[in-house]
Design a binder for this molecule. Structure first.
Ligand code: ADP
Ligand code: MG
Length: 453
């Protein structure tokens, strides 16, 4: 058996044990370079993939290798030369097809309304979206049964649309087109209802939305407060739900905080599986950018990629925006873009660089110092008034400044449940409207944290 064949069987086994996107992102392009004296040398396409694999997959890979060859003692990961050369040389020859790839963005499937670009293969998993990704996988496995509806929420540009469309595309593939899938932005749903009402053709809503197996509605917050649309949606929802059809929804906030939503809809939403997606951390931004560059074979030196990921902090839509610019310039120039040029593009695109390198630990420390308590008090269990407020402020700042997911914030603050984090955040957000003294505290804290003192 050649190293390559051997490695394929190992990968086959690992593929079954980790999520598909993780596999595709991190391990699919790996190779077994060498096997000698009990040491297996595994090559990965980038330094980042190497670090990620070391951290997350070393045990798994070693276990699988041992299962096949018990003399294996150790795995070592390296960035393989092969990948480097390949990506550099193909890049030069692909300017034309790249452009076609960009055009494919507009190839929306007329039947499902899904964009084929949004797949799990192109969805990079990191700490801010791994729960949501796991929930998505679970829904695909148990279609219409256990996790109904699936309700994903999070801020702008964190990947909600990508993920819910990926679910749709994956279902189409996995169920060999047996399942009828329909994706609709909620504005479209609202328009359809308004049109049907005006033309007295309410049955068109039924025809369009009730005879599907999977209904995906994006940005559901927009139907809140529109009474007739909510009503119609409620009926659609119930009809599908009672027939075990899968409903997938995205929103910019949790169902609990959709202010104008009727109670009965809210409780329907909460009856399924809800999950949030946080803002991407540096690692995820870097990985998404790398994956886009690789997808379209655009060469870019590591230092430039890292610069972008550290400067563009808000969300992945901004990363995509910069990527499009880079892709455009690369096609014009037909040669690799240099670091200086990337810096220039960035300076044009970012007005203000805030919250650079702020870590959760730093936020906790600054808040503790500010209130003259210890970081342990913030993480700890005490319910004394002197520590409860600082703790809630910490939650607020972690969400506002770092955009972390509630799950992650809960974990960072002494393994608390994410509902506690949601409660704290909302409490602070509400009080901020009323209390000037809280406003002052928060403003001062933000300033101190941003200064990095
Ligand atoms: P949202 O709907 O939450 O506002 P989108 O799904 O539109 O965000 O994502 C914004 C951009 O970032 C899209 O181009 C999307 O493909 C990309 N993106 C988001 N999350 C990921 C991810 N995890 N991996 C790769 N690309 C992502
Ligand atoms: Mg969206």
């Amino acid at each position: 058996m050649t190293n390559q064949e051997f490695w394929q069987t190992v990968l086959g086994e690992i593929e079954l044990q980790i999520s598909k996107p993780s596999f595709v992102t991190w391990l699919k392009n790996s190779e077994l370079i060498d096997r000698q004296n009990g040491v297996a040398l595994v090559g990965l396409p980038s330094n980042f993939a190497k670090e990620w694999a070391e951290k997350h997959y070393e045990k798994l890979i070693l276990g699988s290798l041992r299962g096949r060859d018990e003399t294996t003692r150790k795995v070592e990961f390296v960035v393989s030369q092969k990948h480097r050369e390949r990506s550099a040389s193909t890049a030069a020859a692909v300017a034309a097809p790249t452009y076609q790839l960009l055009l494919s963005e507009f190839n929306v499937d007329p039947e499902t309304n899904l964009n084929p670009r949004y797949t799990f293969a192109s969805f990079v998993v990191g700490s801010s979206n791994e729960m949501a990704n796991a929930a998505a996988q679970a829904v695909i496995r148990e279609l219409g049964k256990k996790y109904n509806p699936l309700f994903l929420y999070g801020g702008v540009g964190v990947g909600k649309t990508h993920l819910i469309q990926a679910i749709g595309n994956e279902i189409k593939k996995a169920y060999q087109n047996q399942a009828k899938v329909r994706y609709v932005p909620s504005e479209k749903f609202v328009n359809d209802v308004v049109w049907a009402m005006r033309n007295k053709r309410m049955e068109t809503i039924k025809e369009k939305y009730r005879f599907v197996d999977v209904l995906i509605i994006d940005d559901i917050q927009f139907i809140g407060g529109k009474k007739r649309t909510e009503e119609e949606f409620f009926h659609t929802f119930n009809a599908l739900y009672e027939n075990n059809k899968q409903i997938i929804l995205s929103s910019d906030r949790s169902p609990r905080f959709l202010p104008t939503l009727s109670e009965r809809l809210r409780s329907r939403f909460e009856g399924g599986m809800t999950c949030d997606i946080g803002y991407p951390d540096y690692e995820l931004r870097l990985a998404v950018l790398r994956s886009r560059l690789q997808e379209e074979s655009i060469p870019l030196e590591d230092s430039a990629v890292e610069l972008i990921a550290s400067r563009i902090q808000k969300n992945l839509r901004e990363i995509e925006g910069i990527f499009k610019k880079i892709s455009f310039y690369y096609q014009q120039k037909k040669k690799p873009l240099v670091f200086k040029f990337i810096e220039q593009i960035l300076n044009e695109s970012t007005q203000e660089v805030a919250n650079v390198n702020v870590t959760p630990a730093q936020v906790i420390r600054v808040v503790a110092e500010f209130f003259e308590i210890s970081p342990q008090d913030i993480i700890g269990r005490s319910r004394k008034k002197e520590v409860v407020e600082p703790r809630q402020i910490t939650v607020y700042l972690l969400k506002e400044m770092l955009g972390l997911s509630y799950v992650f914030i809960g974990k960072k603050l002494g393994e608390r449940d994410h509902t506690t984090a949601i409660y704290a955040y909302e409490k602070m957000a509400g009080e901020l409207n009323r209390s000037q003294s809280l406003q002052h505290k928060i403003l001062s804290l933000k300033e101190i944290i941003q200064k990095g003192v």
